[in-house]
Write a new protein. Sequence first.
Length: 540
Amino acid sequence: MKVAWTYSTGVLRGHEGAPLVVGHIMYVHTPFPNTVTALDLNQDGRILWRYAPRQDSAVVAVMCCDTVHRGLAYKDGRVFLQLADTTVVALEAETGRVLWSVKNGDPARGETNTAAVMPVRDAVIVGLSGGEYGARCHVTAYDQATGRRLWRAYATGPDAEMLVDPEKTTELGRPVGPDSSLTSWEGEQWKTGGGCAWGWFSYDPDLDLVYYGTGNPSTWNPAQRPGDNRWAMAIVARDATTGMARWVYQMTPHDQWDYDGVNEMILTDQEVGGQKRRLLTHFDRNGFGYTLDRATGALLVAQKFDPSVNWAKRIELDPASPAYGRPVVDERYAPGTTGEDETVTGICPGALGAKNQQPAAYSPATGLFYVPTNHMCMDYEPFHVTYTPGQPYVGATLTLHPPPGTDRTGAFIAWDNLSGRIKWSIPEPFSVWSGALATAGGVVFYGTLEGYLKAVDAVTGRELYRFKTPSGIVGNVTTYMHDGRQYVAVLSGIGGWAGIGLAAGLTDPAEGSGAVGGYAALSQYTAAGGQLTVFALPEP
């Protein structure tokens, strides 16, 4: 494998997501200002057109954790994206001409966007960011041809506004009942309750269900918001046509740690007990790997995928138990339990999770999942905070550090989702913040914060290849075919929560919610950048 060509994006900060390839055109996105460039694969990336949106730079001040953007989507000759300021845009794929645009949120209230959108049937489904600003978040479907709103479902509040049916929407096989969200908040706190869907969407066309996760409840100070805080920190399955919730599962009720549940939902068909099941596997920031029946929402497996996880002892898996599906919390690591302004030390994982949004990969050949992980713990002090629209609504101070006995903060693992066990693990000096790629050739790719693209054997984890790119990799590795030859591509550009210090030039260890101090050593290995590197595999 060798470098075929490269392209400079012209933008610094964190380059998350992956380029999109349709035919002979590659579409490349950037962090703010969210430029989109069409590159001709027939001519080593010659620029065909560029879309440069005009956004108010004031939105950068209310973006939580760097100015990242996770990518584009394509359907029927249109390229879709949601800008940082929440403007949803449809572009003509051949020319870059704007076909329509619509505003999905209000940055003045702390509502922004970092996520990719999902085209489903005739709709494009979009989420929202803003949990650190007390936004009441929602998922919305727009008509692909016109931009007309089709439905909107809030994460918190009255049943009708959440598109929840008290009798038909279930959690672990039981109807959620009336006012399932309202009764889990004190007073009207649900109006600033967060639950933002800033991660990834998945879709099952046979079931016509869209799957996604909701983020942390607002504020981070759990003493201020008693109750389970539904439906923040939950997996949601919705009818793609109507938006009605089919089933939900709250992984971390009353989230006391900022363990957003937004990570990807990987859909597989696998044998369980001799029967083929439609499965959903999710590696949550809370450190547990969940496998559910995606048709019914039944919980099948929930086990720790990082050995340092200590905030909960286990997930209750006995269906007969009143606590079925809930974590068995270790109160020694539960901030806010005894009040505010008290620091709880040694909580694992830290707030950025045992895994952040960077997607895992699945190989049908091995039956294994390949997971980029964080090996980072935290000290957490909650404090009282008052809600003001458009101002941070966090209410906690964090210090991030490795678990006891090690100085490494990452690993790349192979996971068996049916047994809930790690098959092999590759220690990394820093968190693995790159999305993984599993190929039919038995090779798995991932990137590192120092900037290495690595290829490993899917069965053993043995390293096969590495290449140092110009900046840290927080993007997702992708592959495509062109003129009968296979290529691998990845964006490099340090940033995201883990790389915010280098991306934004921050030096105070407490900045970036503790990430600047936690990843201070990263400056010895890489620097800010913005580049696409394309590798050519050997000709067949």
